[in-house]
Design a protein around this ligand. Structure first.
Ligand code: C5P
Length: 224
């Protein structure tokens, strides 16, 4: 249903996995499916927002572009950073749902890397990727930033650290120790905000969780 404080707001959502090229035929990536991102897109559109989706590698089909929906591909973390910073300038809210590779190749090989004749181990030199949501918040402090924290242990503590470190307004924490999260339809979450509130949502579909996140954002805006 439409939510008064989200109506016509511009919400940027990053989703999916980034792909970091090793050489012309190989890459490093992860198992993010984009399911939670798609659920967030649909919930934001239902709430009446204008949605800009910035997507890496995904296993879901996004809606067609429309007056209220724009999708922009950005495969690597570097591309996703550039597109996100550009879109964030005019946005109200950034929901960073994408699973960005922590590292990329220091130099992408121009030629396909050959197996060495002695069959020895090889070493790839990797450098850290930028933190997209943290950079966006730094560049546009008025942007309401929501991050995700998928953790196998000390869920709340790790989420709190990320909330502060990335200077987020809100973080959505979800456990990944019990088959939940990647590629699944269901998830269990805790929403933490910088005001110190913690709310728990028991396991349910990603669609219902996404709707709950929009309701949380709608209320959060009201009390800002
Ligand atoms: O640090 P970690 O990857 O667990 O943080 C997760 C949150 O930060 C997610 O919201 C993710 O989209 C965002 N993130 C980002 N850029 C990165 C790494 C994570 O925007 N390089």
């Amino acid at each position: 249903k439409e939510l008064a404080n989200l109506r016509d707001r511009i919400i940027v959502i990053t989703l999916g996995a980034t792909i970091e090229a090793i050489d012309p035929v190989r890459f490093i990536s992860n198992h993010s499916s984009g399911k939670m991102g798609l659920a967030l897109i649909n919930a934001a559109l239902d709430a009446g927002a204008k949605v800009i989706a910035i997507y890496g590698k995904i296993d879901v089909t996004l809606p067609e572009n429309s007056p209220s929906f724009t999708k922009i591909p950005a495969l690597s973390a570097t591309e996703m950073l550039n597109v996100t910073l550009e879109q964030a300038k005019t946005a109200d809210i950034l929901i960073a749902c994408a699973a960005i590779c922590d590292y990329r190749m220091k130099e992408i090989s121009k030629e396909k890397i050959k197996k060495n004749s002695a069959n020895n181990a090889i070493t790839l030199e990797l450098i850290p990727n930028p933190d997209i949501v943290a950079e966006a918040k730094k560049a546009t402090p008025s942007l309401l930033c929501i991050g995700f924290a998928a953790e196998t242990e000390n869920l709340i503590d790790h989420a709190k650290v990320k909330l502060e470190k990335k200077n987020l307004d809100i973080i959505v924490a979800n456990p990944v120790d019990n088959g939940k999260a990647f590629g699944k339809d269901n998830n269990e979450i805790h929403i933490l905000d910088k005001k110190g509130n913690i709310s728990q949502y028991t396991e349910t579909s990603k669609n219902i969780l996404a709707t709950n996140i929009m309701i949380y954002l709608d209320k959060y805006h009201e009390t800002e």
